[in-house]
Design a protein around this ligand. Structure first.
Ligand SMILES: [Ca+2]
Length: 345
C-alpha cells in the first residue's frame, strides 16, 4: 500500500495541470454578440436569422444558431478570422462574409436587404448600397452615403439634401439620413441606365477625421444577390472613403463593381474628396439637421455598446469569479492533505 503522502502527491500534478489548462482555455474565447437588423429600417431587429460560422472560406461551420427576439445571437469565439453566413426567408442572404474577431468582447452588427419580391419590385432591376457604422459614443456620430447617378438628370447627386432622383424611367433614392450612429443608410437605384455610378461615404461629424475608427461597412446588392462587402480601413484618417471606384452598368444592363487599381490606391484616390463633396454642400444642410454635435445624444442601447475590456489586463470577462473560487478551494484542500500526510510520515 502506498504511503499517504505519495497518494497526496499523486494529486498534485493533475492539479497543477488543471490550474494551467483551465484558465488558458477560458482565456481563449471572448463574448461575441451577432446583431442582425433590417437594411431599410433603423433599429428594426430581425429574429430567426440563421447564422453559420466557419473558420475557412469553404470549411465546415464550427458553430452557429438563430437570432432571438432581439435579433441577437450570443456566443463565444477565439480571436481570429471567421466566415459568417446569414439567412432569413424573404431577405437576401449573406454568404460567408469575412469577419474578424478581436481579443475583446464585441457586437458584430449586420443588416439584411429584403428580396425584391418582398417589396413589390420583382419586375425591376435593383442596385442597393447599404452603409452601417459603429454605435459607440466615441465613434463617428453622423456618416453619410452619397451617390452620383450616371444619367444626365438635373440632380444626379443623391445624398441627405437631395435624397431622391427620378429621370428617364429610373430612380435613385436615399431611404433615410441617419444622424446618430449605426445606420443603416441605404441608397436604392431602380432600373439604372448604362453608365458609371460613383459612391462614397462622408463623415459629417468630422473634423477630426476618424472614419478609420467608425467600423463602417458598405454592402452592395445587385437584384437579390450580395455583390460585395467593404470595411473601412482601420488606419483611414480622412472624412471621405470610397469603398470601390464605381458601379458600372454595361449596355446589356449588367452591373459590376469596379475596384481601384493599386496605382489609384497609391495615389489615394479612395480618400480624395470628389468634386461634389464641397464645403458648400455642408452649408446646404436642411434646418432640422444642423450642428450634429449639438443634438442630444441618443442613449446607447446595451446591445449596441461593446463591453470595454477590463483595465490592467484583468481577465474577469474570460475567467469567471466562480472558477477562481473553485480553484482556490481545491488548492487549499490539497495543501492540507500534503501537510497532514507529512506529519504522519
Ligand atoms: Ca447620415
Amino acid at each position: 500500500m502506498a504511503p499517504r503522502h505519495s497518494r497526496a502527491r499523486s494529486w498534485i500534478l493533475p492539479l497543477l495541470l488543471l490550474l494551467r489548462v483551465a484558465p488558458a482555455a477560458a482565456q481563449g474565447q471572448v463574448s461575441i454578440t451577432f446583431q442582425v437588423n433590417d437594411a431599410m429600417v433603423k433599429n428594426k431587429v430581425l429574429p430567426g436569422v440563421s447564422i453559420g460560422i466557419a473558420r475557412t472560406k469553404k470549411g465546415e461551420q464550427v458553430t452557429g444558431g438563430e437570432t432571438d427576439a432581439a435579433g441577437q445571437l450570443k456566443t463565444r469565439l477565439a480571436p481570429g478570422k471567421y466566415y459568417v453566413t446569414y439567412q432569413l426567408d424573404g431577405y437576401v442572404p449573406i454568404e460567408r462574409t469575412p469577419t474578424e474577431v478581436s481579443g475583446t468582447a464585441q457586437v458584430i452588427t449586420t443588416t439584411l436587404s429584403m428580396m425584391m419580391e418582398s417589396v413589390g419590385q420583382a419586375d425591376r432591376r435593383r442596385i442597393q448600397i447599404v452603409l452601417n457604422w459603429g454605435s459607440r459614443p466615441e465613434q463617428v456620430k453622423d456618416a453619410d452615403s452619397h451617390v452620383v447617378c450616371a444619367c444626365d438628370g438635373a440632380d444626379p447627386h443623391v445624398f441627405f439634401s437631395t435624397a431622391s432622383h427620378r429621370a428617364a424611367g429610373h430612380s435613385a433614392a436615399l431611404d433615410v439620413d441617419d444622424t446618430d450612429w449605426g445606420g443603416p443608410e441605404t441608397i436604392t437605384l431602380l432600373d439604372p441606365p448604362p453608365g458609371t455610378y460613383r459612391y462614397w461615404v462622408h463623415s459629417y461629424s468630422g473634423p477630426p477625421a476618424t472614419l478609420g475608427d467608425s467600423d463602417a461597412v458598405v454592402r452592395v446588392v445587385f437584384g437579390d444577390k450580395a455583390a460585395g462587402e467593404y470595411r473601412v480601413p482601420k488606419d483611414l484618417r480622412s472624412r471621405v472613403w470610397k469603398p470601390f471606384k464605381a458601379v458600372e452598368v454595361d449596355r446589356t444592363l449588367e452591373p459590376r463593381v469596379v475596384a481601384f487599381s493599386p496605382e489609384e490606391l497609391a495615389a489615394k484616390a479612395d480618400v480624395t474628396a470628389p468634386p461634389e463633396q464641397t464645403s458648400r454642400l455642408e452649408e446646404s444642410v436642411p434646418a432640422e439637421r444642423i450642428r450634429p454635435d449639438s443634438a442630444p445624444a441618443r442613449p446607447v442601447r446595451p446591445e449596441e455598446s461593446a463591453p470595454t475590456p477590463p483595465s490592467g489586463g484583468s481577465k474577469s470577462e474570460d475567467c469567471p469569479t466562480g472558477t477562481i473560487v473553485f480553484i482556490i478551494v481545491v488548492v487549499v484542500a490539497m495543501i492540507g492533505m500534503v501537510v497532514r500526510a507529512g506529519r504522519k510520515k
